[in-house]
Design a binder for this molecule. Structure first.
Ligand SMILES: *[C@@H]1O[C@H](CO)[C@@H](O)[C@H](O)[C@H]1NC(C)=O
Ligand SMILES: *[C@@H]1O[C@H](CO)[C@@H](O)[C@H](O)[C@H]1NC(C)=O
Ligand SMILES: *[C@@H]1O[C@H](CO)[C@@H](O)[C@H](O)[C@H]1NC(C)=O
Ligand SMILES: *[C@@H]1O[C@H](CO)[C@@H](O)[C@H](O)[C@H]1NC(C)=O
Ligand SMILES: *[C@@H]1O[C@H](CO)[C@@H](O)[C@H](O)[C@H]1NC(C)=O
Length: 273
């Protein structure tokens, strides 16, 4: 009897522990439709849930793969508007040490403030040096600055936890057209558009095996119009200049296969397949 009781207590502890991990964008659920993030099937072995904070407010959310030093995805609300590009790049202090500042900051400032070297920053994440001297690859934003409004929100996207090595031709070609034109077309009539943009890990790395080069970049959106909910999705191979239109269900089926960790669900069920 006592054994059974202990077993029950243990089981409920395990269950609680589990639900805490599922629910880990606790400071920034507002970037997901109905405050529901994608399911666990995208989670890498060593994830970090980042609420991207800059100048005291949250701008979007990122699931980060600590081993491959690239984001799995960034989730944000589409709200293009005025503002400039940032002239600095930022890093995430909390990946170095959870007691450090919650706001993204430059490597130089982090290094001065906490008396640590660039190398120490680079142990937990990609740093500028990893992205210098790349050939044919750009710093590809998952949450792009052009989908944000105001300097603070735009500059908050210039942090390396939101960046993957993206084929330059794709980044400046069809992916840019998708971000600039297709998104503007598709969001006509939308009130609030929730976007999740991600990268499938590939087989190659840059910077001495430090940073993974994704095999695919993908994006999905869910919006509420005056009459209904609507969704759309795209995927692009990261060695081609071709963006393919898909439905939500088609993208989820592709991602289920590409990640190989179970059935992927990107949005709450109110967003149509
Ligand atoms: C945004 O930043 C640019 C460049 O630093 C500056 O010229 C502009 O005044 C800023 N805009 C606002 C609204 O602060
Ligand atoms: C299109 O994208 C480019 C680069 O990402 C940006 O500089 C430009 O302002 C965008 N144009 C429009 C109309 O959104
Ligand atoms: C980028 O894509 C182009 C095709 O658009 C391809 O020719 C090129 O080899 C790719 N570059 C890299 C570094 O993958
Ligand atoms: C994908 O859809 C957009 C918007 O409906 C359209 O402008 C674009 O041409 C389509 N791309 C392809 C390759 O069919
Ligand atoms: C994704 O799925 C579509 C059809 O649903 C298929 O045509 C396409 O080849 C798939 N793409 C990838 C990258 O798996």
């Amino acid at each position: 009897m006592l054994g059974l009781l202990l077993l029950q207590v243990l089981a409920s502890c395990l269950w609680l522990g589990h639900s805490e991990v599922v629910n880990s964008f606790t400071s920034c659920p507002q970037f997901f439709y109905a405050r529901i993030p994608p399911n666990d099937a995208l989670n890498p072995k060593n994830p970090a849930w980042i609420c991207q904070r800059f100048r005291n407010s949250y701008h979007y959310a990122t699931l980060y793969d600590r081993d491959r030093r690239i984001p799995v995805y960034s989730a944000y609300i589409y709200q293009p508007g005025p503002g400039s590009r940032s002239s600095s790049w930022y890093a995430e202090p909390q990946l170095i040490n959870p007691t450090y500042s919650r706001d993204i900051d430059t490597e130089k400032s982090i290094s001065n403030r906490y008396k640590i070297t660039l190398q120490q920053i680079g142990q937990s994440q990609a740093i500028n040096q990893d992205y210098n001297k790349l050939q044919g690859l750009d710093r590809g934003h998952l949450s792009p600055s052009g989908h944000q409004s105001g300097n603070n929100s735009r500059w908050a996207t210039f942090t390396l936890t939101n960046i993957v090595p993206q084929n330059s031709t794709l980044n400046k070609g069809q992916w840019k057209d998708y971000e600039n034109q297709t998104m503007a077309q598709n969001t006509q009539g939308c009130r609030t558009t929730y976007v999740i943009t991600g990268a499938v890990p590939g087989n190659t790395y840059i910077s001495n095996n430090r940073v993974n080069v994704p095999s695919h970049i993908w994006s999905a959106a869910c919006c509420q119009t005056n009459t209904a909910m609507k969704t759309w999705a795209v995927i692009a191979g990261n060695n081609m200049n071709q963006v393919q239109n898909l439905t939500r269900a088609q993208l989820e089926a592709n991602l289920t296969q590409l990640y190989g960790r179970g059935q992927v669900s990107l949005f709450h069920s109110a967003c149509p397949p």
